[in-house]
Design a protein around this ligand. Structure first.
Ligand code: PMP
Length: 357
């Protein structure tokens, strides 16, 4: 830390992203990216947009907004595009939380929430998940705080049953409920259909996972027009040109190639079942995932040990050092080939070291 660093941030512990090594040889199952390339239409549109990079981008993301509004059956005024959904989430912390409106979220959830709270000087409360990592809906009813819920949750992969989100929104009419749907396309139910009914609901989604555009950085917030207006006030006070022209174009291409999107989501769901089944044969238990990753543990090997041994062999998965989930690893659902390499290595590791335990 330099001697010039503002005291405001000196105690901040930044978010730790998963490793991003450059080696092509690694089997990379640690950051929940799509194993599939972006849609060819997304690539074509982005390349075309590159020809006009001397101009600033469209601050309203007009074409993208129109296309998404039509696809989701919402108004254009209900949508804000952002630089990844991380930016939408940070904007929501800035816009809807302060000392009178503290943030609340589960103890095991997306690790960026406490960082956004700290960054913005917002008090926050972490509510423990149940022992099986499910959310107790009653914990969030009538809390009168700004609620952040990843649905499905990360890194557990567990989705709330339909209706539970609505129960929480209904019971907190004077507080914002932010539903982070980064993984919703892999088998959970979206709350977008509720935005007309509840003016306290904000949904965030991303193009990073199901639409293969993690490197493009495209996310969105969807909610009541007045909430979107508030987020725009924050956006125009920080970075009006937050979504660059190539990303806007890529996003439009990805959105229009619905068949590609559906096909890839279906493949990932199929591969997820294969991965869970094969791991369970090896003695792992996994949570019930509605995402493009699984969260699993083995009785004979600790999470960190497995992570390190796989890393030595060129297979990257994600391990968290939080006590409650120390035994677990989060494994992104890759292609069938990637999964088979992972499984071969796990068989080898378990066979060699733990065969006769
Ligand atoms: N929410 C959750 C639960 C996530 O896991 C992620 C990905 N790290 C994000 C939001 C943000 O993703 P992005 O900024 O790429 O849209």
């Amino acid at each position: 830390m330099s001697r010039f660093f503002s005291e405001r941030y000196s105690a901040l512990t930044p978010y730790t992203p998963g490793e991003q090594p450059k080696s092509q040889k690694l089997v990379k199952l640690n950051t929940n990216e799509s194993p599939y390339k972006p849609s060819p239409l997304a690539v074509e549109y982005a390349a075309k947009a590159a020809e006009d990079l001397q101009l600033y981008c469209d601050i309203g993301c007009t074409k993208l907004t129109e296309a998404l509004a039509e696809k989701y059956g919402v108004g254009r005024e209900n949508i804000l595009f952002t630089n990844g959904s991380d930016e939408a989430l940070n904007f929501a912390f800035m816009a809807f939380c302060d000392s009178d409106h503290p943030a609340v979220f589960p103890d095991i959830t997306y690790g960026f929430y406490p960082v956004f709270a700290q960054l913005n000087g917002i008090p926050y409360q972490e509510i423990p998940l149940n022992a099986d990592f499910t959310i107790d809906v009653d914990d969030y009813c009538g809390v009168n705080k700004t609620i952040f819920l990843a649905n499905p949750n990360a890194p557990t992969g567990i989705a709330l049953p339909p209706g539970d989100i609505e129960t929480i929104i209904k019971s907190n009419p004077d507080s914002i409920v932010v539903v982070d749907e980064a993984y919703v396309d892999f088998g959970a139910e979206s709350a977008v259909g509720l935005i007309d009914t509840y003016d306290n609901l904000l949904v965030t989604q991303t193009f990073s996972k199901s639409r293969s555009l993690a490197g493009g950085r495209l996310g969105m917030a969807i909610g009541n027009a007045s909430l979107i207006q508030d987020l725009n006030t924050v956006k125009f006070s920080t970075n009006p040109y937050n979504v660059n022209s190539m990303t806007q174009a890529a996003g439009l291409g990805a959105l229009m190639d619905d068949e590609y999107f559906r096909h890839n989501c279906a493949e990932i769901i199929k591969n997820r079942s294969y991965l869970i089944d094969e791991l369970s044969i090896l003695g792992f238990t996994a949570t019930d995932s509605s995402t493009n990753f699984i969260f699993a543990k083995h009785p004979a090997i600790g999470g960190e040990e497995l992570y390190l041994k796989l890393k030595d062999r060129g297979v990257l998965i994600r391990h968290f050092t939080i006590d409650r989930i120390r035994d677990f690893n989060r494994i992104t659902v890759g292609t069938r080939e990637q999964i088979d390499i992972l499984l071969d290595n796990i068989r080898d590791i378990l066979g060699g070291t733990y065969e006769n335990r």
